[in-house]
Ligand binder design. Structure first.
Ligand SMILES: [Zn+2]
Length: 523
């Protein structure tokens, strides 16, 4: 096949069978799809063949940010973290109001981010520059699709959305930026309100903008649990009144055993919502409800997990664990306990394996008050996950990798999702090649910097390290064995003999070689 064909050669694939994983392969792509996967045979380079020699690296499905905040990334320089903000805990968290100390850093993050957000509309160039940096660095890591949460509220207005829609068009060749208009702030202005306030009305307007694909909210920020449940209902209603079939909740973001898990409210409302979808076949196959954080579920007993599994059944619900944020934000008030602050994040390998739940992982925030640490690299979450989940078996490695590739793509409602970590004919040619390693295990436990990103069969990014070090190539000194005393006694005799022997009978001069052979082996 010629023309639009593209060959990725000399590459390892993430087969679970060790004999296949150790082999080298060639992947032929045509018009953005995989058409053939064959054993690699070294050939002379051809000027007529469009080929990428992967140098024996590892090819994986491209990475996906199933949950990332495009507008509030890289703002740590304007967020003063003092960790001293006090407030009253909303009753959504607990049956009995108590000190907010366990969540005070979340409140502080909300407060300092809110101040930063108020400046967004004044400097759209700054929004554009930071958003582009996040997308560019992500694509260089191997990301070809992302769900970008964009806050719309009275503080930010539409400034973040305007910029995100522009960026979506600018980078469409390299990455699909799926825009989720997101209410991080409460939809209800006060605990006494029965109707939603201006934040909700702005969200209604935002949903009508062409290019918006997802609606999202954070019910846990509402003043009361009744309003949190109404928040969920308002988002479902808004979706049903529009063409949007993708919904995303930041949900159950606490570790309080007394709090009511709102996942059951989502399930209850989703049942009605999905029944109405069934009447519209155009919506049926693209519907997806995504649940971010959900750390409260970590307190579930095995019986509660099985109950949740039964309740979800056929509903298109996918969870997204956000380990960088979950581990940073929680448990501060109990930091003096013997083992430190109690924290948790959805145990991706364990829960996926035991309860057959779809759980992706994503970066969430980069360099802001909610998550000051970490890079944009989704593979770094797998490395972190291996330690946090104590998960490094072959099955664990595969589940962790799927969580930032295949399962993340499912979570954002992507339709062209590969079935497995190795390419098969018919798959979309969206890949990341990890250079300098040979196995999936290395990709997860110690991901390399050098990568090539391919989208729709086209190379869209290439990341390489320039290396120099005072520590040069290792010089291994050869051990010189002292010559035995008796060799010196033979020396005057053997060399004349060898010379005479070689001159007289060159064909039999192997004698010298034999003597040297004996000499080396005796020593
Ligand atoms: Zn988030």
């Amino acid at each position: 096949m010629t023309g639009d064909s593209f060959f990725i050669t000399n590459v390892h694939l993430a087969y679970s069978d060790p004999s296949l994983e150790s082999k080298l392969w060639s992947v032929e792509c045509h018009k953005g799809k995989v058409v053939n996967v064959t054993s690699y045979i070294k050939e002379e380079p051809s000027s007529t063949k469009c080929e990428l020699d992967a140098g024996g690296g590892v090819l994986l499905p491209s990475l996906c940010h199933s949950h990332i905040h495009l507008d509030k990334c890289f703002i740590l320089d304007r967020c003063d973290l003092i960790s001293g903000y006090e407030a009253k805990i909303p009753s959504v968290y607990t049956a009995q109001p108590r000190s907010y100390s366990s969540s005070r850093d979340f409140k502080e993050a909300m407060k300092v981010t809110g101040s930063a957000k108020a400046g967004f509309s004044l400097d759209k160039e700054d929004l554009l520059r930071r958003g582009l940096k996040l997308i560019r660095e992500s694509v260089e890591c191997g990301v070809t699709s992302m769900r970008a949460h964009i806050e719309v509220d009275v503080q930010a207005g539409f400034s973040g959305l305007d910029v995100a829609l522009h960026l979506k068009e600018e980078v469409r060749l390299a990455c699909h930026v799926q825009i989720a208009v997101f209410a991080q702030e409460p939809l209800f202005s006060s605990a006494e309100d029965t109707d939603p306030g201006p934040n909700f009305h702005l969200l209604v307007q935002a949903v009508r903008r062409p290019g918006v694909e997802v609606i999202g909210s954070a019910p846990y920020v509402e003043p009361t649990i009744e309003q949190a449940k109404k928040n969920i209902a308002l988002i479902f209603e808004l979706a049903s009144r529009s063409s949007i079939t993708l919904i995303d909740f930041h949900l159950d973001y606490n570790l309080n055993p007394n709090s009511e898990p709102l996942i059951y409210e989502v399930i209850k409302q989703a049942r009605n919502f999905c029944n109405s979808w069934k009447a519209d076949s155009s919506k049926l196959f693209r519907r997806r409800i995504t649940i971010g954080h959900a750390t409260r579920l970590q307190l579930f007993t095995p019986e509660e997990w099985r109950h949740l599994q039964d309740a979800i059944r056929d509903l298109p619900i996918t969870f997204v664990g956000l380990p960088n944020s979950d581990m940073y934000m929680q448990g501060r008030s109990q930091a003096n306990q013997p083992l430190g602050a109690p924290r948790s994040t959805l145990r991706v390998p364990y829960l996926s394996d035991k309860y057959d739940l779809q759980i992706a992982m994503s970066v969430n925030n980069v360099e802001n008050a909610f998550t000051p640490q970490g890079s944009v690299d989704p593979l770094a979450l797998c490395t972190f996950g291996a330690a946090v989940f104590q998960a490094a078996t072959k099955t664990d490695i595969q589940i962790l990798t799927k969580a930032v590739t295949i399962t993340s793509k499912v979570a954002i409602g992507q339709t062209n999702v590969p079935l497995d970590l190795f390419p098969q004919p018919g798959d979309t040619a969206d890949f990341v090649i990890l250079h300098g390693i040979r196995t999936l295990r290395q990709a997860v436990l110690n991901p390399p910097h050098n990568r090539t990103t391919i989208r729709n069969g086209i190379i869209v990014a290439c990341r390489r390290t320039r290396r120099w070090s005072a520590v040069q190539k290792l010089h291994v000194p050869q051990t010189i064995t002292p010559i035995s005393w008796w060799w010196y006694m033979l020396f005057p005799i053997c060399w004349p003999c060898l010379l005479i022997n070689w001159v007289s009978e060159p064909r039999k001069s192997h004698l010298g070689t034999v003597i040297l052979f004996i000499r080396v082996h005796i020593d």
